[in-house]
Design a protein around this ligand. Structure first.
Ligand code: 5GP
Length: 204
């Protein structure tokens, strides 16, 4: 893992981050790392996103995602109910409900968002104190292997996701820290450690 200092870090008082955004290319294992945090670190609150995508086998509404339809998603946007949202893989919309994040932060709980790069950029703008973590694969070849191995997408969908992943790999420099996901448990603990050792951009 490498931590990066930013110009803003130099100017602002440093504090441990309370909101961490975990992003990174498709199939790098963000969901698996977040699941590990959920299982082993109940002290950390994890946002449940809304999505217009259909549930995959085994996915539970309200736990993995809130599965909603387009009209419900439109209403959330119109009401300002989303902290961020994006169309991911040109296929479905995903968003972070704003109120639960505010509640978690107000209660003093460390909070984790596992979202895509477009969403991470929006959070950076709206909550500059958020700490952005890039989850990287050991290599692009390994990323392709994981995407194919997962077997949840057809070949056209896989191609679309790989195209997105290629672009997403270039975004690493925008992040405050990088964790290489060679081993899920190690990546999970490195992420949790950042809540105490990372330096967020302000105290707010
Ligand atoms: P999947 O369909 O495989 O569960 O997720 C597809 C992508 O959507 C992943 O890269 C995941 O990080 C991203 N994603 C999940 N929830 C959100 C969200 O609330 N906002 C954004 N912007 N992306 C999300």
């Amino acid at each position: 893992m490498s931590s990066k200092k930013t110009v803003a870090d130099e100017a602002a008082p440093l504090a441990s981050p309370r909101l961490i955004v975990l992003a990174g290319p498709t199939a790098v294992g963000k969901g698996t790392v977040a699941a590990c945090v959920r299982e082993h670190h109940p002290e950390i609150w994890i946002s449940v996103s809304v999505t217009t995508r259909k549930p995959r086998p085994g996915e539970i509404d309200g736990y993995h995602y809130h599965f909603i339809n387009d009209a419900e998603f439109d209403a959330l946007i119109a009401n300002g109910g989303l902290l961020e949202w994006a169309v991911v893989h040109k296929a479905a919309r995903y968003g972070t409900p704003r109120a639960p994040v505010d509640r978690a932060l107000a209660s003093g709980k460390p909070a984790l968002l596992e979202i895509d790069l477009q969403g991470a950029r929006q959070v950076r703008e709206r909550m500059p104190e958020a700490f952005l973590v890039f989850l990287a694969p050991p290599s692009f070849v390994e990323l392709v292997r994981r995407l194919v191995g997962r077997g949840t997408e057809g070949s056209a969908e896989r191609e679309r996701r790989l195209e997105t992943a290629r672009k997403e790999m270039l975004a690493e420099s925008e992040f405050d820290a990088t964790i290489v996901n060679t081993d899920v448990r190690t990546a999970c603990e490195e992420l949790v450690d950042l809540f105490s050792s990372g330096s967020s951009r302000s105290n707010s």
